[in-house]
Design a protein around this ligand. Structure first.
Ligand code: MSP
Length: 546
């Protein structure tokens, strides 16, 4: 068994129904969680909803609903999305749950005890849509850099001494250049903390962390007039879901603390000025990197708690070239996509179409082309041809590889991970680095190679000419289909489950360690009657893709 692996999605605001962006972030985490489980890691995969703050309160008011009733309703949509998309999350946290509120307040108290919170007055710009404070210098024609409206806020507020962490953050980034990925995003973060190219003293301003002008939030301990700033509340979910503030909690010790930080008394030791990175990997959209790569580590440093291991930032989707927004009416509904195209197909498209980290453009024609070219014509067709030939010509049993020829071993080598530089090894390496599109490209390449092989070997000709060779060819192909299906599991759990069952493999025979010749299909094993996977998508006339 490999070690523990903790992966989180951002928790989603419940001001509106889930859209493609939410489905995308969680999908990436799901694929990574499934991949790590297949490698034998003990995985904890967390997602949930961010339910406090002005934006949510406003949305509830607009629907004339009580805030709690509203958040219950919208949060349920996100939970439903996890089921419809077959996300394998181990927990789903809501920030309105008691376990979270208690934990977030405990974190606040800890920051206070360490002397990093003080009371003053905030006077400045705030964007409700972004739930973010902006400095005057950041505004563009009176709007936030994101294009969101800002409003002037002046109120009594507690502040976090973020400015005290400028040097420590910079030193930490320098010592851990892989903390943020992609790497160019790490540079953006460093520049922001430095305050431009040249380090400007005090460019990191103290952060207002409480509000008094509305009350939909977690009360500040010992001062009920204030509610916690929604980002401090929200970021704490990564800890509270593991049982924090109970640092003895099993999940906390297992998934948050670095191994060498758990002392004899089972308490995680903090070390001031000597940051420790734990195990957490936070996957976030590029828009919320500042909160995760700057504020969150600073809060943790102040609380003397271990930091996450890595922040992975992905890009944004547009719809047929346009920014997705409610006002443009072009929001993509993931439930609708799944209904129309099928779950495995949608999961495949989202991660194959664009490099993780880059922005992507959703087009209907792109979706249809991927489904038909990669899934129906390449993987589906390969499996269908091979499995039905075996069913018809080999008495429905795994045929024997009696004579292995050079072409056979070359093809098989590509599908095993013990062969250096094989497509299977490349796919696993890419996946481990969050390069989902590359991993898929390598796996599809393997299917292409198998299709070239089948055309060249022409088992349908061998049937009469050399039945023994036909058996070897079909056995080689069945073995490659086994490898392809194992590799595709994290991406497309449904179809690969069908394929692997058609190859007669038990659940415990589907791990990544089975991508080796000594786990090859055993000749003579009876196989169930095959059924097709990945049908072609045929456009109805009025939707036809030009
Ligand atoms: N509640 C905060 C996160 C708190 S985490 C401690 C939040 N929520 S959100 O619902 O607005 O956004 C959640 C995620 O969805 C972000 O990672 C964001 O990048 C992602 N997306 C929102 N729109 C998107 C696209 N159009 N494309 C891809 N992802 C996008 O921020």
């Amino acid at each position: 068994m490999q070690g523990p692996f903790y992966i989180t999605t951002p928790i989603y605001y419940v001001n509106d129904v889930p859209h493609i962006g939410h489905a995308y972030t969680t999908l990436a985490c799901d694929v990574m969680a499934r991949f790590k489980r297949l490698q034998g890691y003990r995985v904890w995969f967390l997602t949930g909803t961010d339910e406090h703050g002005q934006k949510v309160e406003k949305a509830a008011r607009a629907k004339s609903m009580g805030t709690q009733a509203f958040t219950d309703e919208v949060s349920a949509n996100f939970r439903e999305l996890t089921q419809v998309m077959q996300f394998s999350n181990d927990d789903f946290i809501r920030t309105t749950e008691i376990r979270h509120k208690k934990g977030a307040q405990a974190l606040w108290q800890r920051l206070q005890e360490k002397g990093y919170i003080y009371k003053a007055t905030y006077a400045g710009w705030y964007s409700v849509r972004d739930e973010a404070y902006y400095q005057e210098s950041e505004l563009n024609e009176g709007k936030a850099p994101t294009g969101a409206e800002v409003e002037w806020v002046e109120e009594e507020s507690y502040f976090f001494k973020l400015s005290a962490f400028q040097d420590r953050l910079l030193a930490f980034y320098e010592a851990n250049p892989d903390f943020v990925s992609p790497r160019y995003r790490m540079h953006e973060v460093i520049n922001f903390v430095k305050g431009g190219k040249e380090k400007i003293e005090g460019s990191l301003k103290d952060l207002s962390i409480s509000r008094t002008t509305f009350n939909w939030g977690i009360p500040v301990p010992d001062d009920n007039k204030h509610v916690m700033y929604v980002w401090l509340d929200a970021l704490a979910n990564y800890l509270t879901a593991l049982g924090y503030p109970d640092e003895h909690a099993e999940k906390y010790r297992l998934f948050w603390a670095p191994d060498d930080a758990v002392g004899k008394d089972n308490i995680v030791k903090g070390r001031e000025g000597n940051e420790q990175r734990g195990k957490a990997i936070h996957v976030v959209g590029k828009d919320i990197l500042r909160f995760h790569a700057i504020y969150w580590p600073a809060f943790l440093m102040a609380a003397e708690l271990p930091l996450p291991k890595r922040i992975v930032a992905h890009g944004w989707w547009t719809n047929e070239g346009e920014k997705i927004s409610k006002s443009l009416g072009n929001v993509i509904d993931p439930f609708q996509l799944v209904k129309e195209f099928g779950l495995d197909q949608v999961r495949y498209f989202l991660l194959r179409e664009v490099p993780f980290g880059s922005d992507g453009n959703y087009t209907r024609s792109g979706m249809v082309n991927r489904i038909n070219a990669d899934l129906a014509n390449t993987v589906g067709n390969l499996a269908q041809r091979v499995l039905s030939m075996i069913n018809k010509n080999c008495e429905g049993r795994v045929p024997a590889r009696s004579r292995e020829e050079k072409e056979d071993s070359i093809l098989l080598g590509l599908g095993y991970t013990n062969t250096e530089g094989s497509l299977a090894s490349k796919a696993c390496n890419a996946l481990g680095n969050f390069e989902f599109h590359m991993a898929l490209a390598h796996i599809i390449e393997l299917a292409n190679k198998a299709n070239e092989y089948i055309d060249k070997q022409a088992p349908w000709v061998l049937k009469k000419k050399d039945p023994q060779r036909m058996e070897s060819v079909l056995a080689t192909l069945a073995e490659v289909i086994r490898c392809i299906s194992i590799l595709l599991q994290p991406f497309m759990p449904g179809a690969t489950h069908t394929l692997l069952s058609q190859l007669g493999l038990k659940e415990e025979e589907r791990g990544l360690m089975h991508l080796a010749p000594h786990h090859a299909l055993v000749a003579g094993k009876p196989l169930p009657v095959p059924e097709g996977v990945f049908p072609r998508f045929v456009e109805e006339k009025n939707n036809a893709v030009s």
